[in-house]
Design a protein around this ligand. Sequence first.
Ligand code: ACO
Length: 401
Amino acid sequence: MVCIVQQPCEVALKSIFAIGRKEPIMSKSGLEGVIVGQSRLSYINGDEGELIYGGYAIDDLARNTTFEEVCYLLWNGKLPNRAELDGLKVELEGARKVDHRLLEMIRQFPHDADPMAALRTAVSAMGLIDPQANDNSEPENRRKAILITAQMPVLIAAYDQVRAGKEVVEPKSGLDTAANFLYMLNGEEADDARVRAMDTALVLHAEHGMNASTFAARVTAGTLADIYSAVVSAIGTLKGASHGGANVEVMRQLREIMESGTDPKQYVRDTLAAGKRMMGFGHRVYKATDPRATVLRELADKIMQGSEAKYLTLSDQVRAAMAEEMEAKGKKIYPNVDFFSASVYTTLGIAEDQFTAIFAMARVPGWTAHLFEQYANNRLIRPEAEYIGPRGLKVKPIEQR
Ligand code: ACO
């Protein structure tokens, strides 16, 4: 059920009792702390830096499961046994073949487009060419969730090849999502350590409660629009620099420090003094280190070799400088998931402007699992705005305005 229920506080109680009245109930900037629905998918304790998917701690999942197992968990509420996992892998592999019309469309995209705009358009086109797009039945939505999860990595890699003037690399049979993605992107199979790093990054990004893009997806599905439209809403929302777009900005800042030779401490001070934000820090919910950042830091350590380690060294310096500055200001601002993912993706050979698209392909199981919940127990999501404009004005003839 999706209902607007506030946190237990005086304002909240007033707001619950006010439901059904014509007057504005209350306003809460950015909907902070507002519970907009129920979900069995994930839980975040921002003060303790805790994240669980379907009952399992993210740390446990990141170390002991794969992206496909997490997809199964989110879509079915339980981890798969061997036969169930094999079944899902077969379904994903069968769904990777992209319609030739869609590939043709991607070949026509401008070569200098934002990859998130390319992805948003490509997923929208998936809905355009699916004759069952408007069928919101559960079996159809499950088929589409598998299709979008299977094809999004192919679409991202295809655009990357097209814009470089290369031939699109077809997915390879027998490779799972992470391995296939690196294969299609780089034209050769990655080693086990890199595949495992990619796979873990996908697990870490797969689900995260009622974040902005998931909320956008649920709002769209709440009108009974189709699953493709809902995922397109989510992609558009993830694109912003305050959400998924932050990982691109993290790398831009790291590069700026490296190229200018500025002392990282000074860079952090100057950025904050200019009233700007250090990207990859801070979170609406976490008031402690994001647990995903801790796992990503370890991953970075494992895969960065030789000269690549410079990103990690610099990231650690920036993190230390931010910790010092935030402590002095008494603010609970810590690294979030985007901070270390930026240097991990760079080490995996992924272009900087593709980072947010990687986030999107990892988040599809989370988005679609939320959409299953939404369609199963739907109520239109329609809050109100507190009107602060003028009243009682009279329209004058246009010549007199
Ligand atoms: N650097 C410096 N100061 C920050 C940062 C940051 N990254 N983040 C928050 N603050 C400060 C703000 O300046 C503000 O200070 P003030 O109270 O003195 O004015 C205070 O912390 C609270 O900031 P808000 O913007 O009100 O917090 P909100 O919960 O709305 O913001 C957000 C969360 C958007 C993520 C913010 O921390 C931010 O802009 N971070 C940088 C972008 C980023 O990394 N986004 C990725 C988030 S994770 C994800 O979406 C996957």
